[in-house]
Design a protein around this ligand. Structure first.
Ligand SMILES: Nc1ncnc2c1ncn2[C@@H]1O[C@H](COP(=O)(O)OP(=O)(O)O)[C@@H](O)[C@H]1O
Ligand SMILES: [Mg+2]
Ligand SMILES: [Zn+2]
Length: 558
């Protein structure tokens, strides 16, 4: 069975963890001296080694023959821990177990002494996701746990952790891993895998991974699916860096105050299954770069971009007043925040980009302001476009988001091809979807008969509903593959041969961070039961948004 590289190369000792010496030295010293704390909080961005270090620590402290503060990885405790067969090391994903009852259950579990180990270790991942009540239920036990219990909590969002918890933990901040270190590690991994990886290609992956080793290894995985001779060109294609070109085009359109062009680019990226939240984050990154280029052109060292992109960034910076750039970053930040709670992320982003193109957001701090729209005749075109978009979206909503037959688009740079009857599943009612249990066998069979398809499914999962199959993968090439009728039939045929289930339609979705979801949600990946469905109808949401943007929308009675 193929194992994703980032799992295969998860460090098993502190010595193997790179770029976090302040953490690994302190933890090994504590283990050697026997002076460990009862609760730890590991913070830092994703893929920097938090979960890895938590697992190593849990092993090391219980290991029968620790070596210089590291686990031996040979005794029965270490081996069982590696196989997740040790009841005394308990990993909890707070993102899916965040209720008070979960917390109470955990608290009750702490009464019992460890079965085989010296310490019972609770590793609570994404601890910021716990509800306030759950936090409170845990507080007492974290404050004064029984001597045989230790907690390691991990979070990517420190600011969301309650201060009462913070003050009870020993905190370790994991740093983003330096690009050079990531590149070096990638070269080692490639070497062990017998893959040729050019130094430039490794550097490019490292840059794209933005400090996260997991992302770097996932990109390498994707590249390997294409070739075992990895060049910069392959990386650009596999890492979706081709999309970056569009991100810059979008920045340019915003700088040129051209909403029509901007909306066209968003639409193209959307059709290619680009994640809108990710796009918003990328815009923030690039506008930050533009801000630096505009305000401190000599500080290119803190501009995070590929060398070839620097010129474009400088050109855009010259076109824009600094105040506009800063207002844009502010607007994008708010948009990103709103998107995290929103049903219609695309509209959020469109609204924001239109506001940026028209300068609506700069004229008043309280985000989009109605009177400025009405007073400024120059913006009437923007308003018209926005009205048109809202109407079109309304229509799509009233049609129930049927798979749309998008116009065939000009293929540009190979990234965009015609979108056919392949739709993403985001708009479908997920509560009706059932996990498709035959998926693993189907992928296995695919890797035998159609390896090119299976190579895009190393990290994937599938759901079913009636006669449709819903496939989620972190590899957007799958979606491109499935645009060919032939590949779609191969997939359906294989699924049918393996499972006996006949599906007539396939829906696909690219979920860039799927590996993370699968990593932490194995048990619950099936159906996210309809989580307190909002009472607002999509139309309400649209009208509210239009109102926020100051767009007069006629609400014809239907
Ligand atoms: N500091 C590191 N040194 C070496 N590999 C790392 C490091 N951080 C992350 N990785 C790689 O990324 C994968 C995911 O790391 P993980 O510890 O789960 O990250 P997170 O900080 O998100 O919990 C690991 O399996 C490993 O392959
Ligand atoms: Mg983790
Ligand atoms: Zn051991």
């Amino acid at each position: 069975m193929y194992q994703a590289l980032y799992r295969k190369y998860r460090p098993s000792t502190f010595d193997d963890v790179i770029s976090q010496p302040h953490v690994t030295t302190a933890l090994t010293n504590q283990i050697i001296s026997g002076k460990t704390a009862h609760a730890y909080l590991f913070t830092g961005s994703r893929g920097t080694g938090k979960t890895t270090c938590a697992r190593i620590f849990a092993k090391a402290i219980n290991c029968e023959h620790p070596v210089n503060g590291n686990p031996c990885n040979e005794c029965s405790i270490c081996r069982d821990a590696d196989n997740f067969a040790l009841s005394d090391i308990i990993e909890i994903d707070a993102a899916s177990n965040n209720t008070v009852n979960d917390a109470r259950e955990l608290r009750e579990g702490t009464i019992y002494t460890p079965e085989r180990c010296k310490y019972k270790i609770y590793i609570i991942d994404e601890v910021h996701m716990l509800s306030k009540e759950a936090f409170n239920a845990l507080l007492k036990i974290i404050e004064e746990p029984p001597p045989h219990i230790k907690f390691i909590m991990a979070t990517t969002e420190l600011h969301k952790v309650l201060p009462t918890i913070l003050s009870r933990c020993q905190r370790f901040d994991f740093r983003r891993i330096r690009t050079e270190d990531i590149a070096e590690r990638l070269l080692q991994v490639a070497d062990k895998e017998g893959i040729s990886l050019e130094a430039d290609a490794a550097a490019l992956i490292a840059k794209a991974a933005d400090g996260g080793m997991r992302d770097a290894l996932s990109i390498l995985d994707r590249c390997i699916a294409f070739s075992d001779n990895i060049t910069g060109q392959i990386v650009s294609e596999a890492a979706g860096i081709a999309d970056r070109e569009y991100v810059f085009k979008l920045c340019e359109a915003i700088a040129d105050k051209n909403p029509s062009e901007a909306l066209g680019i968003i639409s193209r990226l959307y059709d290619c299954s680009k994640d809108m939240t990710l796009l918003c984050e990328e815009l923030i990154t690039q506008f930050r770069n533009i801000m630096i280029a505009a305000s401190a052109p000599d500080r290119t060292d803190v501009i995070f971009c590929l060398p070839s992109e620097l010129e474009t960034i400088k050109e855009i910076a010259e076109k824009m007043p600094l105040a506009d750039i800063m207002a844009d970053i502010d607007a994008l930040g708010k948009c990103s925040e709103r998107m995290s709670r929103s049903l219609s992320k695309r509209i959020d982003l469109e609204m924001c980009v239109i506001a940026m193109c028209s300068g609506i957001h700069t004229s008043d701090n309280s985000s989009v302001n109605k009177s400025s729209v009405e007073n400024d005749r120059g913006d009437s075109r923007t308003v018209e476009i926005l009205k048109g978009r809202v109407a079109a979206l309304e229509q799509r909503i009233s049609e129930g988001y049927q798979p749309q037959n998008t116009r065939s688009r000009q293929s540009a740079g190979g990234a965009i091809t015609s979108a056919e009857r392949v739709t993403d599943t985001s708009s479908l009612n997920r509560s009706k979807l059932k996990a498709f249990s035959g998926w693993d066998s189907a992928v296995k069979e695919l890797s035998r008969v159609y390896p090119s398809i299976s190579s895009t499914l190393t990290c994937s999962r599938a759901f079913e509903s009636d006669q449709s199959l819903f496939v989620e993968t972190d590899n957007r090439f799958f979606i491109q593959l499935l645009r060919q009728e032939d590949n779609k039939n191969k997939l359906l045929e294989t699924v049918s041969n393996v499972s006996g289930n006949k599906y007539t339609k396939v829906f696909t979705k690219c979920v860039p961070n799927l590996s993370e979801l699968i990593d932490t949600h194995v048990e619950t990946a099936s159906v996210d039961a309809d989580s307190s469905a909002p009472t607002q109808t999509p139309l309400d949401v649209l009208l509210k948004k239009a109102e926020e943007a100051g767009v007069p929308v006629e609400t014809s009675a239907t």
